[in-house]
Design a binder for this molecule. Structure first.
Ligand code: PLP
Length: 362
């Protein structure tokens, strides 16, 4: 079976010595490796300050707090995402106001964001779904005009670019996830990329109980609500080795994604996505809209190819559906959405096989 998602570990000869050294160093908590991972990630992204955490969800939660989201306020978000995007909004005590999506990209539609802004709005959450960048300029403009902070959930879009710059460079707060099946994994973990240094320093306090680690415990006087969200040296050590392979992994995803864009364009029953001008997806998954989605999923499975819609639109969860809004574009595309395998494990033979099965009809 060609899997839809797959965990990748660097070769044991490279990973195990690094891991072994950390495990038996006598210091497995947050220390030098975490520091090194953060600085390496900053170089990879090319801007901002990397705050490592123990999950992408933790990164989103800290981002919402730094953005000033208060209990009872509303955060505009998308329902087409993994649940953590919206669960994090609830963790901050806010209510979720869904904007509809753009049918070309499946990402949050800036026009719908504008329609949903009210006095209760405290922030806007945007997600590069499946690795496709959001309308970065459109959303930056909304933020400029409304004064609302934007939180960029880039859990799916490590290495994607907009006008040559990587995800992590476009908004003040960007969350990445290194959970098991992402482009790179630290087993579990994440990074909040923070543009502003003083916000980054505040994020450090929130990350670890509100305690300032540059002082002794006895010198500390906690002033804010913190959490136990820090990354440890073991996960960071894995991250350091994973990051060495990130360019290669992302290039494989992009090469496959661009191949599918060309090969599936114009195939009867298939609608490929369009991307915003200047944006380069990093194709965590390959998303298409297809007629008779279940039929194609079955046919692909018969040929040893796994495909799936993967995520339940989040407004179908009662707990994540605060306002019971109408989302006509999402209603239209969701029954036709299918994700195809597109990652580093899909080689030339496999991708041809996927295209041949689809072209042969279902
Ligand atoms: C879009 C999106 N946001 C946030 C997360 C949360 O990441 P994590 O699982 O590392 O908490 C995930 C992954 O699960 C995700 O897919």
């Amino acid at each position: 079976m060609i899997p839809l998602i797959k965990t990748r570990m660097p070769e044991p000869q490279r990973l195990m010595p690094v891991l072994e050294q950390v495990l038996y160093s006598g210091y497995v908590a947050q220390g030098e490796k975490v520091e090194l991972f953060e600085r390496s990630f900053e170089s990879f992204v090319g801007a901002g300050h990397s705050l490592s955490v123990n999950s992408g969800t933790a990164a989103l939660h800290i981002a919402l707090i730094l953005a000033g989201v208060k209990p009872g306020s509303e955060v505009i978000s998308t329902a087409l995402t993994a649940e953590p995007t919206n669960v994090a909004i609830k963790m901050a005590g806010a209510r979720i106001r869904y904007a509809d999506i753009d049918r070309q990209t499946l990402n949050i539609n800036p026009a719908s964001i504008r329609q949903n802004i009210s006095d209760a709005t405290s922030a806007i959450m945007v997600v590069d779904y499946a690795g496709v960048p959001v309308d970065i300029e459109g959303i930056q403009e909304i933020s400029r005009n409304s004064g609302l902070p934007v939180i960029h959930d880039a859990a799916h879009s490590l290495g994607s670019r907009y006008r040559g710059r990587r995800a992590g460079c476009h908004f003040p707060l960007t969350a990445f996830s290194f959970q098991a099946i992402k482009h790179i994994t630290t087993i579990d973990g994440g990074i909040l990329q923070v543009a502003d240094k003083s916000e980054y320093d505040r994020g450090k306090l929130i990350r670890w109980f509100g305690i300032d680690r540059t002082r002794t415990r006895l010198e500390n006087n906690i002033q804010l609500q913190g959490y136990k969200y820090h990354m440890n040296n073991v996960n960071a050590a894995i991250g350091i080795v994973q990051l060495q392979d990130a360019e290669w992994i992302i290039d494989r995803h992009i090469d496959n994604g661009q191949y599918f864009d060309r090969a599936l364009c114009g195939v009867p029953g298939v609608q490929v996505l369009n991307y915003y001008d200047g944006s380069e997806p990093s194709y965590w998954l390959y998303s298409v809209l297809v007629d008779d989605r279940d039929g194609l999923e079955r046919k692909l499975a018969e040929h040893g190819i796994s495909s799936s819609v993967l995520h339940r639109r989040n407004d179908l969860h009662d707990y994540l559906n605060d306002f019971r809004q109408e989302l006509p574009v999402l209603d239209d595309v969701y029954p036709r959405l299918l994700h195809l395998p597109c990652g580093w494990w899909v080689g030339a033979k496999e991708r041809d096989q996927i295209v041949d099965v689809i072209r042969s009809g279902w």
